[in-house]
Design a protein around this ligand. Structure first.
Ligand code: KIV
Length: 299
């Protein structure tokens, strides 16, 4: 059955119908294509690519150009899911005009259909500017990894009365500013449920419990490819890291013991004059012939 194109409107509709929203990150063409074929609602080219694709220590190092490069690749593989680009550190907080220009690059150059930015009530003027420029925006509150140095690490947010209240108010302010959904990251499930029950737009949880309207995970985490850090909420739905290692070990072994490639994986010369090639190779001075060819091509 053909999948229908997902839009920000259809994502909001899903919440109204009580249907779960299934989302994931992707960073390259081939995996984005597989994800899209599975019928995911939304694909985020997350700034987590800094860590899982580029090997940076955290997300703060990834640049606009690197993000655009990956969004372009993903957009070539996606036909149905809503494609969201994650705005990197400092690309939207310096000033609103720069934020609009940078978000515009994700749309114009990258092929994204919306952008995600981290932040609560303090980021509302930027959201307003983006939406005024007709750019769809996804919010992100709770543990916002671009603030790890301020938070002092990857810590669960909203664990006290004051911080939980702040998260709820932030969510309402983001909704009122016009975001089409909000990522809730590393928030106690009871607070995530309260937020979910009090906003009309979908909440997309990551480490925020089962009551969010949808879920998101980092693709390389849930596939078991990136295993260096495993937050409590990460579940390995596959062991691709192990599968890849096994496949590589086998390939290495078969090349070393000459069992790969066999003739089934080789092209056969089917011309009638194979013997003439052998005769020629045996009769001429190959060194001299190759020098003659080189000189001929240099002319
Ligand atoms: O960058 C990212 O991948 C994200 C998700 C974890 C929500 O922001």
């Amino acid at each position: 059955m053909a999948l229908s194109k997902i839009t920000t409107k259809s994502i909001i509709e899903k919440k109204k119908k009580g249907e779960k929203i299934v989302t994931i990150t992707a960073y390259d063409y081939s995996l984005a294509k597989i994800v899209d074929k599975c019928g995911f609602d939304l694909i985020l080219v997350g700034d987590t690519l800094a860590v899982v694709m580029l090997g940076y220590q955290n997300t703060l190092s990834v640049t606009m150009d690197e993000m655009v490069h990956h969004i372009k690749a993903v957009s070539r593989g996606v036909s149905n899911a809503l494609l969201v680009g994650d705005m990197p550190f400092l690309s939207y907080k310096v000033d609103k005009i720069e934020a609009v220009k940078n978000a515009g690059r994700f749309i114009q150059e990258g092929g994204a259909e919306a952008v995600k930015i981290e932040g609560g009530t303090e980021i509302c003027p930027t959201i307003e500017a983006l939406i005024d420029a007709d750019i769809e925006v996804m919010g992100h509150i709770g543990l916002t990894p671009q603030k790890i140095y301020r938070f002092g690490g990857y810590l669960v947010q909203g664990k006290t009365l004051e911080t939980a209240k702040r998260l709820i108010l932030d969510a309402l302010n983001l909704q009122n500013e016009g975001v089409f959904s909000i990522v809730l990251e590393s928030v106690p499930w009871q607070i995530a449920k309260l937020i979910t029950d009090n906003v009309d737009i979908p909440t997309i949880g990551i480490g925020a419990g089962p009551h969010c309207d949808g879920q998101i995970l980092v693709l390389h985490d849930m596939l078991g490819i990136f295993t260096e850090i495993k937050p409590k909420f990460v579940k390995y739905f596959g062991k691709l890291g192990e599968s890849i290692t096994n496949a590589l070990d086998l390939y290495k072994k078969e090349v070393e013991d000459s069992s790969y490639p066999d003739l089934n994986h080789s092209y056969e010369y089917q011309g009638e004059d194979y013997n003439k090639i052998i005769d020629w190779a045996e009769s001429v001075d190959l060194e001299k012939e190759s020098n003659l060819l080189k000189k001929k091509l240099e002319k």
